[in-house]
Design a protein around this ligand. Sequence first.
Ligand code: AHR
Length: 368
Amino acid sequence: MFRLKTIVFLVVVAAMALTACAPAAQPTAVSAVPTTAPAPTTAPAPTTAAPAAPTTSGGYVIPVAKCAPNCTLKDLTVGFIQTGSESGWRAANTSSFKDTATQEGVTLKFYDAQNKIENQVSAFHQFNQDPSVNVIVLAALDVTGYDDVLKEAAADGKVVILEDRRIDAAPTNFYTYIGSDFINEGHEGAAAMCDLLKNSTKKNVVEISGAVGASAAIDRAKGFREKMGACGITITQSQTGNWAVPDSKAVMAAFLKQSTDIQGVFAHNDEEAIGAIQAIQEAGLTPGKDIQVIGFDATADGFKYLISGQMGADIECNPLLAPQVYDAAVKALNGDATVPTWVPSKEGEFFAVQGADALNAILATRKY
Ligand code: AHR
């Protein structure tokens, strides 16, 4: 009897020990044997993924503003980085931004970099740090040198727009570029020089180029060379005139000392063409007769030399870009991804052969 009891006792103890060792059943397990009606499981709320940030066709992720989608020109605080004040064209470009800002109620923080790229980069950095600035507009002195501040602008949520000059950076770095097709301007310049030299057996042309590194100079030079072969033009000498009359006069005087076998001058803007004309006259030659001169910009000063016949052709470069730039800036604040990465400026070309009357009539309608 005692033994049976002991055995039963030992069996019970053993069973209890076994239950204690088994892993604690996950609540779900225990509940495998539902004791009560299972609580209704609410399907997890669908997670609404944040809408993708609007991105332009160039891959630029637009930093949309709080005022979107109803931002207006009055919501703009623009940090504007200008090259400097190197020419009549530049003065007209600066006025376009200042006057339009006043008219439209845009807050404009204007910075004149005095033609030093290091000034542009430090101004860009300051605008990145400035919480009130929501759009940065750059007129680039050079095609390179802005990578760090462009990255910083993206990190700081600043819209970046290029005006006037392009840079060698992927369109993922800026909302849009509003400016000239400088290569096409070069093409038009070559065609104009070919026409001016059509009766000349020789077609030796000297080039007074714009500031080194500027897209306007690089692309005009490229465009002219792409088309000059059509009539057998040769560029015999080339040097920068820094967009300025005195520098270009000195360069042309040196060219003439080097060789008088010159039939044409390819000057990259009006100031450089005017400097060349002064040097040609001082060398006792007649500009527009002994040597043909072309310029770019078609400012009021340029028109004067067209009308006098000393300049044979003037290829327009439009400086009045502010309205387009501010409109694009508002679109960016509103997250509009439809604006193309390049909006080429609308431009024409003018010739001495149009005659003084016609040119004066055109000049009377122009704002710069
Ligand atoms: O970028 C445009 C050029 O810059 C103009 O042709 C010249 O006059 C200015 O300096």
